[in-house]
Design a protein around this ligand. Sequence first.
Ligand code: ADP
Length: 497
Amino acid sequence: MKKYVIALDQGTTSSRAVIFDRFARVIAVHGIEFPQIYPKPGWVEHDPDVILATQKEALQTAVKLSGVPVEEIAAIGITNQRETTVLWDRRTGRPVYNAIVWQCRRTAPIVEQLRAQGLEAYIRETTGLLPDAYFAGTKLKWLLDELNLHERAERGDLCFGTIDSWLAWNLIEGRPHVTDVSNASRTMLLNIHKVDWDETLLEKLNIPAAVLPRIVDTSGIIGMLDPEILGRPIPVAAMAGDQQSALFGQACFEEGMMKNTYGTGCFLLVNTGEQPVQSKSGLLTTVAWRIGGKTCYALEGSVFVGGAAVQWLRDEMHLIERAADSEAVATSVPDNGGVYLVPAFTGLGAPYWDMYSRGMLIGLTRGTGRAHVVRAALESIALQSADLVDAMVKDCGFTPRGLRVDGGASANNFLMQFQCDVLGVPVVRPAVIETTALGAAMLAGLATGIWKDLDELTGIWNADVRLTPQMEPCQRDKILHQWHRAVERCQRWIEAE
Ligand code: ADP
């Protein structure tokens, strides 16, 4: 009887492999960090060969560490950093250039051209995204244009893919050129209503269809792992972008269920069911997953500076020594003392979208101390997330029943209780906070019969901490009111030259 499922979690800074048993318990983990390449200011690259080598090594080491016999592994699921773009030679399998990472801003001028062509509304409507250098489409165009590759691309000599595609091509027997729907929905080339590549956008960006991967379900057997890697073929049975995978790993299977991941930034996703919802506040519409041919959609919002505000307290302000110390310092005072931090260090995203705002600390008095500032920084993470929830509620018209949380900063109990208080809904932290990896494992286990359906998966998802709102509504309203006044004051700070 096969008992284990492995998730390959290919992230921005490390490649990890996590082995789960059929109760979704973590049996072994191995992660390997790899170098970031910054060729110019604002440019970010990864070496695709290094991504592949570290991912293979993480897999082999995790299996070795676990002591699990390879014949007992039922399936492998892949989850990955999204939008990062690779282009490779179909014959040799060699990348033609480094991977262009999601953070890379080099294609901003291409985005400006698309806007100038009046394509913003079309992109919004068709792809669910806002025109931005973040997404894979303009990165692919840059590669084809800058390296003069249009002829080779037209001839079908080149393969484009996000990291899921790159791993599938290299790890699966027979080298399939595929991508899953959730990753495809981050290219700015996918028509999310038809769930197919959009011919108009391909034409506008001058991208030949011959370079594009075949789109597959998020959960479903894609092929067998190259037997050279673990000594046996194992079904590779899922691929999903990291945030969608976390939504699945949090068992947010029903419409209106949502999760927030508190990492460097925060990523909030709400399941909107079979209908893509168009946001009025600049949230992104994305495919959550497609299983058995049925597409489920999500609305996504992100906070640029989440846990990074805590890093700032630690590394720049030297107010704390370790991130985890922020909790004790914040709770050493009874409240924020009227102090608010708006960490608009790189401008503000949804629902404000003001790239000219900058960070601001306001409400200082002679009695303001270090603890107030630390507390204000933690509160700002929750308040920004609350603004996203508010925007989602406005867009979808649902009443939130609760928020499932994960990511490094979700370990902070003060932050989680404050989040719960300002939202006025329960906050639930699961037993396994490796939700990104768990999602990929669940998707792969679902395709291979380890788990039979979503109900069974709902049953194996376990809450560790359940918080309920403790704050008086009038107190909450006051904090939100002050927060919004603070946000207003930091906007349009930078003057355009
Ligand atoms: P990422 O995947 O973005 O690297 P992680 O999920 O590893 O992020 O979380 C790390 C982030 O969480 C860092 O920004 C760190 O400052 C913050 N963090 C970690 N532990 C805590 C804590 N106990 N309290 C507050 N913030 C924390």
